[in-house]
Design a protein around this ligand. Sequence first.
Ligand SMILES: O=C(O)CCC(=O)C(=O)O
Ligand SMILES: [Fe+2]
Length: 237
Amino acid sequence: MKTIPTQTIENVRWNDVAEELDRSGSARIEGLLGSAQCEALAGLYPRDDCFRKTVVMARHGFGSGEYKYFRYPLPEPIQELRTAIYPHLAPIANRWNETMGVDVRYPPDHAAFLARCHDAGQTRPTPLLLRYEAGDYNCLHQDLYGAHVFPLQLTILLSAPGRDFDGGEFVLTEQRPRMQSRPEVVPLSQGDAVIFAVHYRPVEGTRGFYRVQMRHGVSRVRAGRRHTLGIIFHDAA
Ligand SMILES: O=C(O)CCC(=O)C(=O)O
Ligand SMILES: [Fe+2]
C-alpha cells in the first residue's frame, strides 16, 4: 500500500488548524487522503492478520457496528500519519494544558510519548478501523485507555457520503459546567479528517478560561456502508 508522502502532512495549514481547534474544539482537514488510499485502507477490514481485536459495538452498549484495533507493526500509511501528525498537535496540547492548569506536557515526537505510555503498561496500539452498515451508529464517547492521554485525536472518513452511504454524520458534543450540552455536526467528504479533543478543552469565558468536556459519536447510517480510520495517539493498557 502506498505510503502517505510527508509532504502532504507538511502542506496542511497547521496554524489554521490550531486556530480552529482553539475556537471550536475540532478542525477539518480536507482531502488528507486520496480516494484510492481511502479505499485501500477500508479494504483492510476483512484482513484479520492486520488486527489485534474486534469489537462488536452492540455487545458493549457502544452503539451498533464494528471496529477493529490494528496490531503492531501498523500498516505503513497509518504509522506514517500517526508519527507525522503528532508533532503538529503536541504544541497545541501543551498550550491547552497550560491554559487549563494541567501539569502534563507532551514531548515533541511521538516515539517519546509512546515510550511514556509503554513504560506505564499502555502498550497496545489504538489506531482502529470502523465499519457501519445501514442502521448502525456510534454512541457519544471518549477514547480513554489508561492514565496517559494525548488530548487530541483524528478520524478520517474513508467512504464517500451520498455514494457509499447516507446519514452517518460525525457528531461532537461539548458539555460546559452547569450548562446543557452543545451539539455539532462535522460534515466530511471522503478523505477528509477531523481533529478533535479527546476529553477536555479550554474555553475562554468572561472570567478567564474554563474546561469543557467533549464527546464524539456518529449518527445513524441510513443506507449503505461507512468506513472510518481512527488515529489515537496514546496506547492502551
Ligand atoms: O466513525 C467515526 O466517524 C467515529 C470514529 C471514532 O469514534 C474514533 O475514531 O474514535
Ligand atoms: Fe472514538
